[in-house]
Design a protein around this ligand. Structure first.
Ligand SMILES: *Cc1c(COP(=O)(O)O)cnc(C)c1O
Length: 407
C-alpha cells in the first residue's frame, strides 16, 4: 500500500485497533453457524469458485466483519433516511470526497447517477422518469466504451450519444446533454485503447459544465483506485460492493459531488416511487457495505497479494509434477480485476482440450468453476485463486491434475 494513501486515510478510521494489518483480516470465511444446511435442503450445489467475482456465481464471499455488521444490526430498526445520510458522510470522509451513498450495486449506481443528472432536486422530473415532457436527455460516451451495463443509463429514459474523439465530444454537447460516462475498464474488456483519455474527458466535461461519471465497478485492487478518480476530477464514481471489496453482492458505492449524490438519493429508496425504488437496499446492505469498505482500507494489501502468489505457486507445483505441463502467473495489465491467477498449458499429447477440462471440473463433485480464457487465440484453462478458501487450493490443483492424467 502506498504511504501517501496511508497517511491520508489513517486518521479518519474510527477504531485504532482495526488499522493493524493482521493476517486474520486477509482471507478468512464465515464459519457455518446454522444447524440447517440450506444448500442441502434446497438441493443447491456448493460451487468452488476458481474463477473470479461473477454475479452468476454469487459474486464474492462476504467478510466476517461484514456478517458481523449485518448480524449485529439486524435486531433493531433504523430510519433509512438517517442511515443513508450518516453512512454517506462517513464513507465520503474515508474516500476523501464530498458525498457518498450505498446502492444495490454498481449497475444501480449507474441508474441513480444518471437519474440525478437528469432530475436534480426537481420533484416533477423525479416523478416522471423514465418519461419526459420535452426532448430526451443525452449521455455522452466514447463509442469504444459501449458495454452491456450502459443499459442502466438508458433505463432512466436517457439516450446515449457516441463520440470518438475530443472534438466530437465537444460538438455533441448541447442543451439536452446531462452527463458524460467513462467506462474505466474498456481497455481491459475490449483490448482497445480509450479514444479520449481520462484527463481530456474530464476537461471537456468541466469546460461545458457537464457532470462526468466513471464506472470503476471491478477496479480494486489496487486500493489506490478508490481515491484516484475523484482526485482526477470525475464528479461521480461507482464501485461494486460485491466484488473484491467483499461486501454484500447486492451493494455498491456511489460517490462524488454532494449536489449529485443528494439528487441520487431523491431518486432512490426509501422514497416510495422513484426510478431507483425497485433497486432498494436495506440497512443490512448499508451496514455491510460500510464494514466491507472499512475492512478493505485497513487490510494489509501486500500480504494479501503475496498470499495469492503463494497459492499460484502451490497449484503450479502440483501440476508441474506432470510431464510437459507449464503454468504462468497472469496479472492483467488493464484496470479491472487486477490480481494474480494461474494460466495452465499442456502439450498435445494430453489429447484433451481446455473446454473439456473446464466441463469436467464443472461437472465433478464438488463442482469447480475455473476460467476458460484465450491466450494467442487459443483456449486455455486459467485458475483464479483469490476467491478460494485455503483448503480448496490443493483440491483444485489435484482435481485438475487427475483430469489431465486420465487422458
Ligand atoms: C460488475 C460490473 C458492473 C455491475 O456491478 P454490480 O455491482 O454487480 O451491479 C458494472 N460495470 C462494470 C464495469 C462491472 O464490472
Amino acid at each position: 500500500m502506498k504511504r501517501r494513501y496511508l497517511l491520508k486515510t489513517l486518521p479518519l478510521l474510527p477504531v485504532a485497533g482495526s488499522l493493524l494489518p493482521t493476517p486474520l483480516n486477509l482471507m478468512h470465511f464465515n464459519k457455518n453457524i446454522s444447524k440447517t444446511d440450506y444448500f442441502e435442503e434446497l438441493g443447491v450445489e456448493k460451487v468452488i469458485n476458481a474463477a473470479a467475482t461473477m454475479t452468476f456465481l454469487s459474486g464474492s464471499l462476504m467478510l466476517p466483519e461484514v456478517m458481523d455488521a449485518i448480524n449485529s444490526t439486524s435486531n433493531d430498526f433504523a430510519n433509512m433516511y438517517e442511515l443513508q445520510d450518516k453512512v454517506g458522510v462517513k464513507i465520503a470522509e474515508m474516500l476523501n470526497c464530498e458525498a457518498a451513498m450505498v446502492t444495490s450495486g454498481a449497475a444501480c449506481a449507474l441508474v441513480l447517477g444518471t437519474a440525478a443528472a437528469i432530475t436534480g432536486d426537481d420533484p416533477e422530473k423525479i416523478k416522471s422518469l423514465p418519461s419526459f415532457s420535452g426532448s430526451r436527455p443525452e449521455v455522452i460516451m466514447q463509442k469504444k466504451h459501449r458495454y452491456v451495463f450502459d443499459q442502466a443509463i438508458t433505463t432512466t429514459g436517457a439516450k446515449i450519444i457516441e463520440v470518438e474523439n475530443v472534438s466530437e465530444m465537444e460538438a455533441a454537447i448541447n442543451e439536452n446533454t446531462v452527463m458524460a460516462l467513462f467506462f474505466n475498464a474498456a481497455e481491459s474488456w475490449f483490448g482497445i485503447e480509450d479514444s479520449i483519455s481520462h484527463q481530456d474527458f474530464i476537461s471537456v466535461a468541466q469546460r461545458y459544465k457537464v457532470p462526468s461519471f466513471i464506472d470503476a465497478a471491478a477496479d480494486v485492487p489496487p486500493v489506490e483506485n478508490l481515491f484516484k478518480y475523484q482526485e482526477m476530477g470525475f464528479d461521480l464514481v461507482t464501485f461494486s460492493g460485491g466484488k473484491m471489496l467483499r461486501g454484500p453482492q447486492s451493494s455498491g458505492l456511489l460517490f462524488g459531488k454532494k449536489e449529485l449524490i443528494e439528487a441520487a438519493k431523491l431518486n432512490f429508496s426509501p422514497h416510495e416511487a422513484p426510478i431507483g425504488r425497485p433497486m432498494k437496499v436495506n440497512k443490512e446492505e448499508i451496514f455491510g457495505m460500510y464494514a466491507a469498505l472499512k475492512a478493505y482500507l485497513a487490510k494489509d494489501h501486500d500480504a494479501e497479494w503475496q498470499m495469492w502468489l503463494d497459492r499460484t505457486k502451490t497449484i503450479g507445483d502440483i501440476l508441474g509434477e506432470l510431464p510437459g505441463i507449464k503454468t504462468s502467473v497472469n496479472i492483467p495489465s488493464g484496470r479491472a480485476n487486477v490480481f494474480p491467477s494461474l494460466d495452465v498449458f499442456w502439450p498435445a499429447e494430453y489429447s484433451i482440450n481446455a473446454k473439456d477440462v473446464y466441463e469436467e471440473l464443472k461437472n465433478g463433485k464438488p463442482s469447480i468453476i475455473c476460467n476458460l480464457s484465450k491466450r494467442n487465440n487459443r483456449d486455455i484453462i486459467n485458475i483464479g485463486v483469490v476467491l478460494l478458501k485455503d483448503k480448496q487450493v490443493e483440491l483444485v490443483a489435484k482435481r485438475l491434475k487427475a483430469i489431465l492424467i486420465k487422458q
